[in-house]
Design a protein around this ligand. Structure first.
Ligand code: ADP
Length: 170
């Protein structure tokens, strides 16, 4: 049975075939979940990221996980919220979709996501959560590779928002 589950936790502690990093376009590290992933993975992660020449918003690139419990890290810069009329919804959908495509190409069966763009990028949580769960669920329904996706929420408010969005979908 394929599953999408919402959990409260720290994504750097999640053992999965791939965890997703809410990166910035430089792929050279930042604050929030990006900083936490780089700290936990060790300097080898930054060294590999330096070879990637950055990444456009909504696209995704993969590296190894180094000292993380996860085997791989998929880096995707989500959109910065600019009021909603700058294609933010499509770009956020692309971040989830392109991350899952890449996970599938690399044979990942288990994937964990943070709440992309809802931190310092200020995408409203009540708009981001339905986009995330719809995109993931649709992908899971058709995927022959990915079996389990976890949304790893760092706080209760975020977790509740994704749970509500998932309940509405069912
Ligand atoms: P963005 O720039 O895409 O908004 P942020 O890292 O600022 O990315 O925030 C995205 C989400 O990740 C926020 O909900 C934030 O609370 C959460 N977050 C921060 N650290 C972690 C972590 N270690 N594990 C999971 N989520 C985290």
């Amino acid at each position: 049975m394929k599953s999408l589950t919402i959990i409260l936790g720290d994504i750097t502690a999640v053992k999965a075939d791939a965890i997703v990093n809410a990166a910035n376009t430089s792929l050279l590290g930042g604050g929030g979940v990006d900083g936490a992933i780089h700290r936990a993975a060790g300097p080898e992660l930054l060294a590999e990221c330096r070879l990637l020449n950055g990444c456009s918003t909504g696209e995704a690139k993969i590296t190894k996980g180094y000292r993380l419990p996860a085997d791989n890290v998929i880096h995707t810069p989500g959109p910065i919220w600019q009021g909603g009329d700058h294609n933010e919804a499509d770009l956020l959908r692309n971040s989830y979709k392109n991350s899952l495509d890449l996970a599938e190409i690399h044979g990942c069966r288990t994937v964990a996501f943070p709440s992309i763009s809802t931190g310092v990028y200020h995408f409203p949580l009540d708009l981001a959560a339905p986009i995330a769960v719809q995109t993931i669920q649709e992908f899971l329904n058709h995927s022959k590779v990915i079996e389990e996706v976890q949304m790893v929420c760092f706080d209760e408010i975020t977790k509740r928002s994704y749970e509500q969005a998932l309940n509405k979908l069912k």
